[in-house]
Design a protein around this ligand. Structure first.
Ligand SMILES: [Zn+2]
Length: 364
């Protein structure tokens, strides 16, 4: 099994195109054609994690945070980033990062957190827009099922938990083959009519090229009449943060006590108790203060994330309880998530989780 096989699978679930613009996901170090001995999963790749990989005989490290985040102008070992990269290179270890694309995946970082919190009715907190297209294709009726098979196989027609969705309407198309045309039906320089079906499908942005290729390969016409239109619709299964409901409401003290326990927090920084029950819980792994207003709009009782700044706590405005559980703490189960995804799919190499705690923050 090669590094490229693992990357291909992970990016089918969490496409690189769904990472945030500031991010740097993907293969950061190494050759994608390397055969994997074993894989080591971590939240942050540090020099100690590379040591752990060497000890375990792993030549692929999969990290959540990309250690190369900005451009590097030299590679001399002047800081921990450069030393980590050099250690990977010297030891023939490939380093791959799956970051905001895993955050934005509906079964990704935040889904894992939601499971740990025992929430029901989990939904993406801030679904993305500008990531869905509508494809309309005109096809002779007798070729519709061939086209459908090819497009569904390529990933068209998926909406949430539904697959193979499309809509057909029947009409009449006209065409006149000219010049060097080699028409499927009709005659050169004569206007023809044809009974056609207009078939419409939803397509995710990252699948557009694959779906268009499948359309052209499976369609009988020399020139395939089609429209591909960017939609303003939100994609409910892609975006930042999540929101869900507790089985039964809890008081604030009880909820934070349980939260501290689940995420093994050294401390929780929180806004003043509002003396109301907690039922609707919004959260975002990592640095999620940018989603506070969305959590308030959706009437969450509490918003859980990491990296809240002093002034940002004021934005709670007595409408919501903010609980900052720490960046590392909020994302610590991401390693389990990645390991589980890989173990379910690949059986030809071992998947380890690092034993190194890379949290740079301690509590006194
Ligand atoms: Zn993070």
């Amino acid at each position: 099994m090669k590094v490229s096989d693992v990357i291909q699978y992970l990016e089918e679930l969490a496409p690189k195109s769904s990472q945030e613009s500031y991010d740097n996901c993907g293969l950061l170090v190494g050759d994608k054609n390397t055969s994997i001995t074993s894989a080591l999963i971590c939240l942050d790749c540090t020099e100690e994690v590379v040591e752990d990989a060497i000890e375990k005989g792993s030549n692929l490290i999969i990290a959540h945070h990309p250690v190369i985040f900005k451009g590097l102008k030299s590679l001399t070992g002047a800081n921990y980033i450069e030393r980590t990269i050099l250690a990977c290179i010297k030891n023939n270890i490939a380093l791959y990062a799956i970051h905001t694309n895993l955050d934005n995946y509906s079964k990704g970082v935040n889904f894992e957190i939601g499971q740990r919190l025992g929430l029901k009715n989990l939904k993406v907190l801030a679904p993305k827009n500008g990531v869905l297209y509508k494809l309309s294709v005109f096809v002779p009726q007798e070729y519709l099922s061939t086209l459908n098979n090819a497009l569904f196989e390529a990933g068209a027609g998926r909406i949430g938990n539904y697959e193979e969705c499309h809509f057909n309407s029947v009409g009449t198309g006209t065409f006149k083959p000219v010049n060097d045309a080699n028409p499927f039906s009709g005659k050169l320089n004569e206007l023809s009519e044809s009974q056609e079906v207009k078939a419409e499908y939803l397509v995710s942005a990252h699948l557009v090229q694959k779906v268009l290729k499948a359309m052209k390969d499976s369609h009988p016409y020399e020139e395939v009449a089609h429209d591909i239109i960017l939609l303003a619709n939100e994609n409910e299964s892609e975006g930042s943060g999540m929101i869900g409901d507790l089985d039964s409401e809890m008081d604030e003290f009880e909820f934070l006590t349980q939260l501290k326990d689940i995420f093994q927090c050294g401390s929780i920084r929180h806004t003043a108790f509002l003396n109301k029950k907690i039922k609707k819980v919004a959260f975002c792994g990592g640095s999620g203060s940018f989603l506070l207003n969305q959590a308030k709009r959706l009437k969450a009782d509490v918003y859980i994330t990491g990296d809240f700044k002093y002034h940002e706590f004021f934005d709670a405005e007595n409408q919501i309880l903010i609980a900052d559980i720490g960046h590392y703490e909020s994302e610590q189960y991401t390693s389990d998530l990645i390991a589980d995804i890989l173990k379910k799919k690949f059986t030809t190499f071992a998947v380890h989780k690092t034993v190194i705690n890379t949290n740079p923050i301690n509590y006194f």
